[in-house]
Ligand binder design. Structure first.
Ligand code: PRT
Ligand code: ZN
Length: 283
């Protein structure tokens, strides 16, 4: 079988979660900070550790078959690749922000102003879409200090907690795009066998993360009411207990409305509820 290559960030915000995801997929490899390439011992795969900015082009050009990178970087580099799976980490949004004391309040007021960013391509498209002519000042980092230095009237930068904007006296003004880490592939790679297998593994890990395994005890009279509250993959498993009339129900519950559902289960007579993490869900 052909040995695939997957490119992930060498160091930075996406590195740790990318390595964790691949390890949870059952891939066994060394994660030396010094190495640029690491072979996987139990799957036909090599891991390339790169700067995030280089990943989309490496995948487009076939140097890597797969990559894990932020959507923001993909849009900025305008590559032709296949989106294989959103990964649920590295979430942030690209926003335009202005100084607190700025009088800019509507998008059209950006007309004629200067905006500093490391995302000139995405910002250029956004301004064009909104029919705004503004000067884009492309800088390579520390965008948030640019208005304070008198280099620009506004900035366009990634925001996650908003702390950086706040501490630099800036307020977010317009959302340009939201982003998260995604698994990408060389065009057409999604139809190749080892890639399909890897996508399935990634999806089984993500599915498991969104759910919890729950075991609870109920009197069998309450079983119909409890069953109605449970989504499960199919119907729940029901196992008789030593005590006459009582059963244990095994099921999975989504993380999204976990506490609401647990509270309804208790109201319906559930007792001794045990909750466990799930490692993988293979459909
Ligand atoms: O060395 P390399 O080129 O690989 O890394 P890098 O320095 O270019 O990127 P890195 O590690 O900072 O970010 C990698 C990816 O993480 C980005 O491309 C995004 O997809 C994602 N991401 C998620 C973020 C943020 N959140 C984020 N908050 N990337 C950067 N930031 C920065 C932002 O630019 C600003 O300076 O964090 C600051 C704002 O954070 P808050 O929390 O104060 O709002
Ligand atoms: Zn980078």
């Amino acid at each position: 079988m052909k040995t695939l290559k997957i490119a992930i960030q060498k160091s930075g915000r996406l590195n740790e979660k990318s390595v964790e995801l691949l390890k949870n997929c059952g891939l066994s490899f060394e994660n030396y900070k010094s190495s640029l390439i690491s072979p996987v011992s139990n799957f036909p795969l090599e891991i390339l550790f790169l700067r995030d900015d280089d990943i989309p082009e490496y995948v487009q050009d076939g140097i890597a078959d797969l990559g894990i990178v932020g959507e923001n970087v993909i849009h900025e580099t305008e590559v032709e690749i296949s989106y294989l799976q959103k990964l649920g980490f590295g979430k942030c949004s690209l926003k335009i922000a202005v100084p607190n004391n700025s009088h800019i309040e509507t998008l059209s007021e950006l007309g004629g102003k200067s905006i500093a960013t490391t995302y000139p391509v995405i910002l250029g498209k956004f301004l064009k879409k909104h029919d705004i002519t503004a000067e884009i000042r492309t800088i390579s980092g520390s965008v948030e200090i640019s208005p304070g230095l008198g280099l620009s009237d506004a900035i366009c930068d990634l925001v996650s907690t908003g702390g950086t904007l706040k501490s630099n006296g800036l307020i977010p003004f317009a959302d340009v795009m939201s982003s998260e880490a995604v698994l990408i592939g060389r065009k057409g790679s999604e139809n190749e066998e080892p890639v399909k297998e890897l996508i399935q593994r990634v999806q089984s890990v993500l599915r498991a993360r969104e759910t919890k395994y729950v075991v609870l005890n109920i009197h069998s009279d309450n079983l119909p009411a409890i069953t109605k509250l449970l989504p499960g993959i199919k119907s729940p498993s029901v196992i008789p207990l030593a005590e006459e009339g009582w059963v244990a129900v095994h099921t999975v519950i989504p993380e999204s409305d976990f506490w609401e559902r647990i509270s309804l289960l208790k109201q319906a007579g559930a007792q001794g509820i045990v909750v466990m993490p799930i490692e993988k869900i293979i459909l």
